[in-house]
Design a protein around this ligand. Structure first.
Ligand code: NAP
Length: 511
């Protein structure tokens, strides 16, 4: 067992910059959650750096028609901020209103510096602080919570000739709400979670919609319904009723992990349900065949939609499953040699996911570079801490994602963990806390061994969850309950603490 506290050269910080307790990067769900938890712990000297001009992250950016949550909203909300959702699966605008309301209620806005793009983080070992280059200046903080989100940077497909297209090119996450689709010929590239929400709306608006599918997804109905006003009234008057409903839904989604996370007989049952649903919706044998996946459910994110399959069969919609050869000035050329003319190309092609390196430059202790260390796949300890990078905490870090329930269930555990460590650093006047390489390696051995049995690694598909080499650095192989248990207590014996004063940690859970 390592001695958790060591003495270090305690040189005073250089320069005149004030040293904040924390800098939080990003004002999406996790950055705002982290800010609230810091405020609740009495921390007032921190800032949230947000590159955009509003809060909300992915829900601020995604304003494409049909944008909505594909997990029940009662689970897609902070445990400490219940809400009267109008539908079981809320639309994007309502989710954005929710997060704005939360920001107002907890008075978080005063801590946010909008229009402040973070370019780099660099750890100053002598001073025991991070220098954060952002918005043309430097912020200095003892701790950093990196909440930039895994789905922040939209990714255009790498298709030959895409720059030569003379029509309108749009990405679903950079939507031009002023564009009039009426009568237009629209090409949609991609058939993932975003596309199944967007395509039915485009089919309603546009003259013709051609959908380019590379890989079909497993689809189940969503059964979205309006939440009756009386139910919301009961939830407001009797808050435990809402908490119980949330707990029951959480358990239901947790059960689905048996088939969506693990490749089991339950996975086969989900496949059977998917095939049944497809048969009930699509009578045309050839179309049904093209829409039937050849990999296990869960390997890619499950799609839920009540409208997508009907939209594909509308008179003004066509599914093209030939691979795209290239894009030309006036449309999309597929491999069988047909050129499909288009006025607009909509790319629902996902994001540059941060699985192989952070999107900003991060330099840790001894000048080490996280960008280099993560170049072939990101890894961390419990997804939150990384050896060599003291006092730096990630939300939605490596292997923090769920395939079966709300991401917020994981995110809140990460925030609580990070804020606990920051509070500990403050209360014990520590210079830094850093996870040991041994603890990190052991955690990752356990994680990667479990991942081999997951649907993501063994389900027979390629997804954004894996790097080019097939390394899974995005998903947590287990129940959310397991993950939350792992993060519930901080095991300080897995950390090295450097302090100005000698400390010893008697137990694993700091008080
Ligand atoms: P995605 O799941 O990465 O899907 C991208 C789609 O584009 C796939 O169908 C992919 O095909 C296709 N594609 C990518 N490059 C292509 C190319 N060069 N040529 C042809 N097709 C190409 O992206 P997304 O649908 O935006 O979803 C991303 C994530 O956002 C989801 O997994 C989910 O976590 C999140 N999301 C959540 C919600 C929600 O309601 N909570 C809603 C939307 C999105 P392949 O399958 O063959 O790669």
């Amino acid at each position: 067992m390592n001695d958790p506290v060591r003495q270090r050269d305690c040189a005073p910080p250089d320069g005149d910059l004030p040293i904040l307790t924390a800098v939080v990067i990003g004002a999406g769900f996790s950055g705002i959650g982290a800010a609230i938890k810091l405020i609740e712990r009495g921390v007032e000297d921190f800032v949230v750096l947000e590159r955009s001009d509003d809060v909300g992250g992915t829900w601020r950016d995604n304003v494409y028609p049909g944008v909505a949550c594909d997990v029940p909203s009662i689970l897609y909300s902070y445990s400490f901020a219940p809400y009267s959702w109008s539908k079981v699966y809320a639309e994007g605008a309502e989710i954005q209103r929710y997060i704005t309301d939360v920001v107002t209620k907890w008075d978080v806005r005063r801590f946010i510096r909008f229009g402040t793009n973070v370019l780099s983080l660099s750890y100053d070992e002598r001073g025991g602080h991070w220098d954060i280059a952002a918005g043309g200046r430097t912020y200095r903080a003892k701790n950093v919570i990196a909440s930039y989100g895994p789905l922040a940077n939209a990714s255009l497909p790498d298709i030959q000739g895409i720059d030569a297209f003379e029509g309108v090119l749009m990405h679903s996450a950079r939507w031009d709400g002023s564009f009039d689709f009426e009568g237009k010929s629209v090409a949609v590239i991609g058939t993932g979670s975003t596309a199944v929400q967007l395509i039915p709306e485009l089919v309603r608006r546009a003259g013709k919609v051609t959908v380019y599918q590379r890989t079909p997804g497993w689809i189940l109905p969503r059964h979205n319904v309006t939440v009756p006003a009386t139910i919301n009234k009961i939830f407001r008057k009797v808050p435990p009723a809402q908490r119980l409903t949330r707990a029951a839904l959480f358990r239901a989604t947790e059960t689905s992990a048996l088939g969506l996370v693990w490749n089991t007989a339950v996975t086969s049952a989900i496949a059977a349900a998917g095939r049944r649903y497809l048969r009930s919706q699509v009578q045309d044998d050839w179309l049904r065949r093209r829409l039937t996946p050849d990999y296990r459910p869960g390997c890619k994110r499950m799609l839920v939609s009540d409208e997508y399959l009907a939209a594909l069969q509308a008179d003004n919609c066509e599914l093209v499953s030939w691979p795209i050869a290239r894009i030309g000035a006036s449309g999309v050329m597929t491999c069988e040699g047909i050129e499909h003319r288009a006025d607009v190309i909509v790319c629902a092609t996902g994001y540059e996911v941060t699985k192989a390196g952070p999107p900003i430059e991060i330099t840790g202790r001894d000048g080490r570079s996280l960008n280099e260390e993560w170049a072939r796949g990101a890894f961390a300890y419990k997804s939150v801490s990384v050896a060599g990078y003291p006092n730096l905490y990630f939300t939605f870090g490596p292997n923090a994602g769920p395939g079966h329930t709300s991401a917020l269930m994981y995110m809140e555990a990460q925030i609580d963990y990070a804020v606990e460590l920051i509070s500990l650093t403050r209360s014990r006047s520590l210079r830094s806390l850093e996870v040991t390489p041994e603890a990190q390696a052991e955690y990752n051995r356990w994680l990667q061994e479990r991942l081999t049995r997951s649907t993501w690694n063994s389900g027979g598909c390629r997804s954004w969850y894996l790097t080019e080499d097939g390394f899974n650095s995005t998903m947590f192989p287990g129940f959310a309950t397991t993950y939350r248990k792992i993060l519930k207590n901080v095991d300080l014996h897995d950390y090295v603490a450097y302090g100005d004063l000698a400390h010893t940690f008697a137990g694993s859970a700091p008080t």
